[in-house]
Write a protein that binds this ligand. Structure first.
Ligand code: DGT
Ligand code: CA
Ligand code: CA
Ligand code: ZN
Length: 570
């Protein structure tokens, strides 16, 4: 029964219209519709089918058309369009207790509030008290609401959660003797932040699996334990959900619990359009299950090419899979080297030789040493003298360690006036010049964009490091016009970085995809400050896959020879 889902959509539509400041009667019409559908005792689909729905006061032809559309396609155009008409962050503000759509709309129009961050900033200012109905008490209430909201929506970075998730799966395999146990949910999609850990196990005898799960040493509290599923809390307030399913439905369940929800909705719509029904229990024709054992089997019956989990975000992957136009995604094995690694010459903790050996052990052809430049005092930036000494050390390591090429490089600061922290004759000597912003984050968009453009136009700069400067959960991106940056990078052949450090992932998936669309080459680099961090290459590659990238888009998928040729052009 879809009653609640449909009621929610109309409710959210009303919220959006109210945020936009639309007339009261329009907003109220949708709110009433939401309430009516929510309160129905019959299945709304049946009422639509019989036509009885039109007998209900408050529901007109337009509403019915919307409901039919949702029942057929799993979406509603007027809602999608409304959602796109307001900034993304505004919808999130609706989850702040004590903050309604009317106030959100007012704050948006008067103070350009678009996110929790800008809301907080505005609340701290004096101007807000001039708004009608906004006194110190109300401000205090909203601030309290934000604290509640933040305490419950604490998403963790994938890099923090992944080790615990993989360890849990391994422990469960040992404890139960079952092979088919997998991480699903946002982790399997390699989303940059994670709400909770979802695990799926295949077994016809769920009881011992549930028992083993709830008894794992890392479990702090058992929140629920039923016959086929359980939820537990592990340290950090992180929750883990386990479901146990029999072989005949494993693939369908894996698809369902991998999500994303938006992707699932799209697939269900596709199934319906073919006269089939898709659920976590399989793909059905009438009462008969025609697929369910494997993901491949279900997707094939739906007429789809296999869709990698990283792509399952409803960003066009279903359409592409129907026509066989999914890209051949880059893989970890395509990566030939790391083009941004710090050593103990600046703020890193490993020697150049250790970096070389670690890179070799990973099967790379090359690795480049990119320590900070002189102005970055906090990170022991290198003076020109130290940079020259480092060059000599790199030459010695190349002598000592065979089977890997250590490239000499720098992560040169883009200073607040847009100039670089080393002179051109210095940069010219180096193989790999990464240029990054580490200061002046508060500057205007024009200023910051201009700084990056100057760096891109310097013929010695090969790669722009962490192009937006964001730190997940800590610091938002600085104001930069990425479209302008990407156009310039495409023009000069400068690469943009996917910095794979788990708190950065910068460029993110969406921006990386846009960069490649604009003809930019991408470097996936770990920015490691210790050889133990070099595994993060996988996070970078998965981010690239989420951005639909192929190995042809990746600078460090080139062989040493091809790479050096590209680098010496700039
Ligand atoms: P998270 O945990 O917030 O990082 O994100 P997910 O994607 O892991 O979401 P989660 O843990 O709530 O649910 C796991 C998957 O289960 C999700 O990706 C899709 C599926 N799922 C959960 N609830 C629903 C639902 O109400 N409707 C649909 N269509 N799918 C759902
Ligand atoms: Ca999850
Ligand atoms: Ca979950
Ligand atoms: Zn940096």
């Amino acid at each position: 029964m879809k009653n609640q889902e449909i009621a929610d959509i109309f409710g959210r539509l009303a919220d959006i219209l109210e945020i936009r400041g639309e007339e009261f009667f329009r907003v109220n019409t949708y709110r009433k519709v939401a309430r009516i559908i929510e309160d129905l005792s019959a299945d709304v689909a049946d009422l639509v089918e019989s036509g009885e729905i039109l007998d209900i006061r408050g529901i007109g032809k337009g509403t019915v058309a919307g409901i039919e559309e949702y029942l057929e396609t799993g979406g509603m155009r007027r809602y999608e369009e409304a959602r796109k008409s307001i900034p993304k962050g505004l919808a999130e503000l609706l989850s702040v207790p004590g903050l309604g759509p009317k106030t959100i709309g007012l704050l948006w129009r008067e103070f350009d509030v678009k996110s929790i961050k800008s809301l907080k900033r505005t609340l701290r200012g004096k101007k807000i008290l001039e708004l009608p109905g906004m006194g110190p008490k109300k401000v205090e209430n909203i601030e309290a609401g934000i604290r509640v909201y933040e305490s419950r929506s604490g998403r963790l970075t994938l890099g923090t959660v992944l080790p615990a998730a993989l360890a849990t799966v391994a422990e469960l395999r040992v404890a139960t003797g079952i092979d088919e146990i997998e991480v699903a949910g946002s982790i399997r999609r390699w989303r940059e932040t994670i709400g909770d850990i979802d695990i799926l196990a295949l077994s016809s005898k769920p009881a011992p699996v549930i028992k083993a799960f709830t008894e794992l040493p890392r479990v702090v509290e058992v929140l629920a334990a039923g016959t086929t599923k359980a939820s537990v809390r592990v340290s950090d307030g992180l929750q883990m959900d386990l479901r146990v399913v029999p072989p005949s439905v494993y693939g369908a369940a894996l698809m369902y619990f991998t999500g994303s929800q938006a992707h699932n909705v799209r697939l269900r719509g596709l199934a319906q359009s073919k006269g089939l029904k898709l659920s976590e229990y399989g793909l059905f024709k009438g009462e008969r299950r025609i697929a369910g054992r494997t993901e491949e089997g279900v997707q094939k019956k739906l007429g789809l090419e296999f869709i990698a989990p990283e792509l399952r975000e409803d960003r066009g992957e279903v359409e592409a899979a129907l026509t066989g136009e999914l890209p051949g995604l880059v893989e970890l094995g395509d990566i030939r080297g790391d083009l941004h690694v710090h050593s103990n010459y600046s703020d890193g903790h490993s020697t150049i030789e250790e970096v070389a050996r670690a890179a070799k052990a990973r099967g790379y052809m090359y690795v480049s040493i990119n320590d900070h430049s002189r102005s970055l005092g906090v990170a022991h930036g290198l003076t020109i003298e130290r940079l020259l000494e480092q060059e000599e050390e790199i030459a010695r390591v190349n002598q000592r360690v065979k089977g890997i090429t250590v490239l000499s490089g720098t992560e040169v600061d883009i200073l607040s006036d847009g100039s670089l922290d080393f002179p051109d004759d210095c940069l010219e000597r180096l193989d790999v010049v990464v240029a990054s912003i580490h200061s002046g984050f508060q500057q205007s968009e024009d200023k910051i964009t201009g700084r990056i453009l100057s760096a891109i136009r310097n013929p010695h700069v090969d790669i722009i490091g962490h192009p937006t400067g964001r730190l997940l959960g800590t610091r938002p991106a600085y104001d930069v016009d990425l479209e302008v940056v990407m156009a310039a990078a495409a023009d000069t052949g400068t690469a943009l970085e996917i910095n794979a450090y788990h708190e950065r992932l910068d460029l993110n998936d969406i921006n990386a995809r846009r960069a490649v669309e604009m003809g930019v080459r991408v470097a996936i680099s770990t920015d490691s400050h210790h050889v133990d961090q070099m595994w993060a290459m996988e996070l970078g590659v998965r981010t690239a896959r989420r951005g639909w990238l192929t190995s042809a888009n990746i600078l460090n998928a080139l062989t040493t020879k091809a790479l050096l040729k590209v680098l010496s052009r700039t």
